[in-house]
Ligand binder design. Structure first.
Ligand code: HEC
Ligand code: HEC
Length: 219
């Protein structure tokens, strides 16, 4: 399949990377054990949501895990060179980036003829709705707009082309763990300016308020 896509893109003169989404879906069977069948994440952010994150961002994180430049004990065995060559990284990243998860389940009449309880259950599994995090959302909004929106987007949607992840729709507990990694210099926040510590000037309360606001962005 990959070879076919590659030939086709060569013939058409496009420079698009030859992606194999079926391979991506297959790889996801391993990831699903922790991140969920649809990349929805789980255990309240022990496992982050992956669905809908920018492909370039996902790929970069997988390369960082593989190079042991971003700590992740849970994933180490799944990302060594043999398990995760660059082609696989491209395929799984593209596959996950395409998944859109709803934040609400549309109302249905469970008594109506033709109601499909199984389909309903499957649909419910795809819903990711971040619970309201504690803090002052009004102050968080002001701080977010001034200090974070230029990179993470006005509505927390991230910037796919620049490989900047969304913060909206991501689990609060997971975001907090990343703040600690940034502050402990175990993860680099801004790869374009690695020495810049973007979060060091904020108090814990300010970050709490920002995340309180961010947790409302997917409502
Ligand atoms: C054994 C559990 C486990 C498995 C299997 C697993 N992961 Fe993870 N993954 C984690 C944990 C835990 C984290 C969060 C690490 C942290 O908090 O810094 C994570 C983080 C990530 C991140 C970073 C997300 C972000 O927003 O930066 C990506 C990308 C990722 N995993 C991709 C994958 C892919 C792709 C697979 C399948 C090949 C996979 N993971 C398999 C446990 C797992
Ligand atoms: C100069 C651009 C820039 C600014 C400003 C910025 N960030 Fe980021 N942020 C990034 C980039 C780039 C990444 C991804 C880092 C990587 O590739 O590993 C990131 C990642 C994160 C993550 C981890 C997300 C994940 O899925 O793992 C958190 C949490 C975060 N930023 C919080 C914030 C907060 C809160 C603010 C405002 C106080 C902020 N950032 C301001 C560029 C920025």
């Amino acid at each position: 399949m990959r070879i076919f896509v590659f030939l086709l893109s060569t013939l058409l003169g496009t420079h698009a990377l030859a992606l194999d989404l079926e391979n991506g879906e297959e790889i996801n069977e391993v990831c699903a054990g922790c991140h969920g069948e649809f990349g929805q994440g789980g255990k309240q952010g022990k496992y982050p949501r992956l669905a809908g994150l920018p492909a370039a961002y996902l790929a970069e994180q997988l390369r960082l895990f593989r190079a042991r430049q971003r700590p992740n004990l849970a994933m180490v065995e799944h990302v060594d060179e043999r398990q995760m060559p660059d082609e696989d990284i491209a395929d799984i990243s593209a596959w996950l980036a395409r998944i859109q998860l709803p934040t609400t389940l549309p109302p249905v009449d469970t008594q109506a003829p033709g109601f499909d309880a199984y389909a309903r259950l499957m649909a419910a599994k795809r819903v990711v709705q971040i619970g309201q995090a504690p803090g002052d959302t009004a102050r968080g909004r002001r701080l977010y707009r001034r200090e974070c929106a230029s990179c993470h987007g006005r509505h927390g949607e991230g910037k796919a082309r620049k490989a900047i992840p969304p913060l909206a729709g991501q689990y609060t507990a997971y975001l907090w763990r990343q703040v600690k990694l940034f502050l402990n210099h175990r993860r680099i926040h801004d790869p374009d300016d690695p020495d810049e510590e973007l979060l060091a000037d904020f108090s814990k309360e300010e970050i709490r308020d920002i995340f309180a606001y961010v947790s409302t962005l997917d409502d």
